[in-house]
Write a protein of this length. Structure first.
Length: 534
């Protein structure tokens, strides 16, 4: 236990009517501030500076009771310990009793450790010192049984370390002014920074935090400048998604193709592969967690697996007309996927898992399974989430509890937060709802302002620590919200038709992509990034 020197004469340390307050508001006590600063200096290794602060200010780091109690505990002067505790101001009866119990329990267990000679004295301590404190009977009975079994007895050669531990327990039981908690100043500063960041509308770059001024980000921190327009698709672009490492982008279109794009170091996007083979529009793509593979779902077609490096189709999961996969998701190991099938109407709906050879591993089949429009697996692989009309089904994996979240309106799409703790769903009522992935029945947040009534519109989490929500809209704009705020903080103009899907780069919080019926994918950068890269 590293204790600072106590050569400075100690004055009163507990709060009282004569204490000086700093600044006009009078919220900060001068002596408390000095003590917190001194403790921080000692913990940082600036012992001379800390001692000088104590000497010049006349405010010791520890009050007199601290040194008295430390000396008495280490010397085994138990009556003096209790007298010091009783002399302290500002301690409630419950805390005082708890501290006295710790002292006498310590004495009791040390006596048990010296054998028969200490047994009679231990019994005396139990009945004359501990029992009158009025603590719970269970603790007294345990100590009484200890006299028979010697359970908890302190061996003579362990007394020093035992007493150090006892003193640390007393610190926890006594008021905060008695001993400044380690790292208190650092914690106070960090809490202020966290509060300022959380209240900052546009905080999106983690390296922008400084202690030299109050934190406030500019609006330009949010992706809002269109840096590039990708025009390679020949028809409406329905889906867009950045890879997990942020180095690639995939888009899919009603022109029956998907394109893999490379995100260059300068934030420009270049075309890598055009994935051809579907005969109908591609409505969905899914990156494997290791970003080496890509799944594509076609409307009324088989699911296809693509090699990202080569752009070649590795596998068609099914060409059967009675197994049409409507949505799919990866498990964290990149070796297994889960699919939902829902067509034709004569066949029962199915949710099943399979390996990368197309072999079915597990299936849920039956009339009780409604049509699944979207599906996801949490990054830890512990929950399967399905969207079925106006319900969210959540199932613990491999075989656990299952519960449902009911929405009043039809759900068009689902998106998970990066940590897998929250989800958002787009509703045809022109709202986006955020839910916790637990059995809570209360919606966390609602987001409004965008337009959605007829089409599937997809939203996403994004930005630093997933602090933002972005969504497409039927009015050809991209909407951005700060978490917990219902109205948008930014609206991006540029597309000429419905924006179907958006994706925020998980590794580059300054980059956002949007896909539209105007046949383009637009790349949006934060103002700084836009200036840096032209």
């Amino acid at each position: 236990m590293d204790l600072p020197p106590s050569s400075v004469s100690h004055g009163e340390a507990q709060a009282g009517p004569t204490r000086r307050r700093l600044e006009a508001r009078g919220l900060v006590d001068r002596e408390e501030l000095v003590r917190v600063i001194a403790q921080s200096l000692y913990s940082l290794g600036y012992r001379k500076a800390a001692a000088a602060l104590e000497a010049e200010s006349g405010v010791p780091l520890y009050p007199p009771e601290h040194d008295h109690l430390l000396f008495d505990v280490m010397s085994g002067r138990w009556d003096a310990c209790v007298a010091t505790i009783r002399s302290m101001a500002g301690i409630g009866d419950r805390d005082r009793v708890a501290a006295e119990f710790l002292v006498w329990r310590g004495h009791f267990l040390e006596l048990l450790g010296i054998g028969d000679a200490g047994l009679r004295m231990a019994r005396e301590v139990l009945w004359r010192r501990i029992a009158p404190l009025g603590i719970d009977r269970g603790s007294v009975h345990w100590l009484a049984r200890s006299m028979i079994s010697c359970e908890g007895a302190v061996a003579p050669d362990a007394v020093i370390w035992w007493r150090i531990g006892l003193f640390l327990d007393l610190i926890d039981a006594l008021p905060p002014w008695f001993h400044v908690p380690s790292g208190r100043l650092e914690l106070l500063v960090e809490n202020v920074v966290i509060q300022q960041v959380s209240s900052c509308l546009y905080h999106n770059l983690p390296d922008e935090v400084t202690l030299f001024e109050d934190h406030k980000c500019r609006e330009e921190q949010i992706p809002s400048e269109c840096s590039q327009i990708l025009c390679d698709h020949k028809n409406e672009v329905w889906f867009v998604r950045f890879s997990n490492d942020g180095n690639y982008l995939a888009s899919s279109s009603s022109d029956s193709t998907a394109i893999i794009w490379k995100v260059e170091d300068d934030d420009t996007i270049t075309k890598m592969h055009c994935l051809e083979g579907h005969k109908k529009p591609i409505s969905f793509v899914a990156w494997s967690p290791d970003d080496r593979m890509l799944l594509t779902c076609g409307n009324g077609e088989s699911l296809k697996l693509w090699n990202v490096a080569t752009g070649e189709c590795s596998l068609k999961f099914s060409d059967s007309v009675d197994l049409i996969i409507s949505s799919c998701a990866w498990f964290p190991n990149s070796e297994k996927i889960v699919c939902a099938s829902s067509e034709p109407e004569s066949a029962p709906n199915r949710i099943f898992t399979c390996d990368l050879e197309g072999q079915e591993l597990e299936a849920w089949v039956g009339d009780r399974i409604p049509k699944v429009s979207d599906i996801a697996v949490t990054p830890d692989g512990k929950h399967l989430i399905c969207v079925c009309s106006n319900e969210i089904w959540i199932r613990e994996l491999p075989k656990g509890r299952e519960w449902r979240i009911h929405e009043q309106q039809t759900i068009s799409s689902l998106s998970l937060s990066g940590d897998g703790h929250s989800l958002i769903v787009n509703l045809n009522s022109q709202e986006i709802h955020m839910w916790k992935i637990n059995e809570s029945s209360t919606v966390l947040d609602k987001f409004r302002g965008h337009k959605q009534g007829k089409f599937v519109i997809r939203s996403c989490f994004g930005g630093s620590n997933s602090l933002f929500i972005a969504s497409g809209s039927e009015d050809s704009q991209v909407y951005i919200w700060k978490r917990h705020l219902e109205t948008p903080i930014k609206v991006l103009n540029g597309h000429s038709l419905t924006v179907n899907c958006v994706s925020w780069n998980p590794a580059r919080p300054h980059m956002l992509a949007s896909a539209s019926d105007d046949r383009t994918v637009r790349i949006w950068l934060a103002h700084k990034a836009g200036i840096a890269h032209g």
